[in-house]
Design a protein around this ligand. Structure first.
Ligand code: SIN
Length: 331
């Protein structure tokens, strides 16, 4: 064998060994979110970590960063595109820079309950929406529930005119801004991590959120009233970057998908339970008065807020809105 051939053989051997060493390094998934660990999303992320690390032992590690410790919702998707974080599950209201279609979930009084939301997400349009950001480099891997939103404030909110002139923190969604403007209130877009302080210092008067977020972030300790309005939904999309997803060997991608599907079922179960339990804990604390509005009062909120649908119909798509209505539970 010539010297050249021997050198080529040696170089190939070294490259193979190097490739092996590189491949032997576990793939790291950083999962960033903004809520506490004792929430549906916090628990889902920890379950996902447990399943991935058990099923893919040594091949993949998952590091979960709760409570905006790594990125807030305003930064996480850019960080994902840059490869600084691999997974996140922002609220569906926080994707407006990447697609306008997901704003459907913010339309007030669109979904009658969480079963309807589940049916819509599992249907043709829901599945299409998971792929609505691929051109922007983001892949939706699944939906996760939190629950229906309630209105909290420093003064009682029974009818829409009670909200007039009041400042409400909202997520970064134009639909949510329009929803509060429809009742002559002032929407203020702020990150989740700032809400408690804004309420405590009375820089804002109120906010909208689920029972589990109101409880776990202690908003009920700094808000005297919570109106059980169930006027909207707060759900999440678990996302990753297309580049990262495509870079995974297909067997690992399959295992990660399966672990996520199981973790979502687990998280959804917690969401359903927490919606009841955390509401009860708030009632028991006696820190906030829960307002149960009458059917007539609720209808006034519907009448005031529902015209928002028409304003966003073109951007979202009437066919999508019709599909959501068709998924609603018929009483
Ligand atoms: C979340 O549940 O992830 C945060 C919701 C919010 O920003 O209000």
């Amino acid at each position: 064998m010539s010297l050249n051939k021997k050198l080529i053989g040696l170089a190939t051997g070294i490259m193979c060994s190097l490739t092996f060493v590189v491949n032997a390094e576990p793939i790291e998934i950083k999962f960033s979110h903004v809520v506490a660990e004792n929430t549906p999303k916090g628990q889902m992320a920890l379950k996902f970590k447990e399943l991935v690390e058990n099923n893919l032992s040594g091949k993949v590690t998952v590091k979960v960063f709760p409570s905006s410790q790594l990125f807030g919702d305003n930064k996480v998707l850019e960080a994902m595109q840059l490869g600084d974080v691999q997974m996140a599950a922002p609220a569906l209201s926080k994707f407006k820079k990447y697609t306008k279609k997901l704003q459907i979930f913010d339309l007030p009084f669109l979904f009658t309950d969480m079963d309807s939301v589940e049916r819509f997400q599992k249907g043709e349009v829901g599945i299409k929406l998971l792929r609505s950001m691929e051109r922007k480099g983001l892949v939706g891997l699944g939906y996760l529930h939190n629950g229906m939103k309630q209105l909290s404030a420093s003064s009682p909110l029974k009818v829409p005119s009670d909200a007039k002139g009041k400042k409400f923190r909202i997520m970064s969604s134009d639909v949510l801004a329009a929803q509060f403007m429809a009742v002559d209130a002032m929407p203020v877009k702020k990150p989740f991590s700032e809400v408690f302080t804004l309420l405590q210092t009375k820089a804002i008067d109120g906010q909208e959120n689920t029972w589990s977020n109101i409880y776990s972030k202690k908003f009920f300790e700094v808000q005297d009233y919570i109106t059980e309005s169930n006027h909207g939904v707060l759900d999440y999309m678990v996302v990753t970057s297309k580049e990262f997803w495509d870079s995974l060997p297909s067997d690992i991608r399959g295992e990660v998908s399966e672990a996520l599907a199981q973790a979502i079922v687990y998280g959804n179960d917690i969401a359903a339970k927490k919606a009841q339990q955390d509401k009860q804990k708030i009632i028991d604390s006696k820190r906030s008065i829960i307002i149960n509005i009458t059917a007539e009062q609720r209808q006034l909120w519907v009448n005031a807020m529902k015209p928002v649908w028409k304003k966003f119909e073109k951007k979202i798509g009437k066919d999508y809105i019709d599909a959501a209505i068709a998924a609603n539970t018929v009483n």
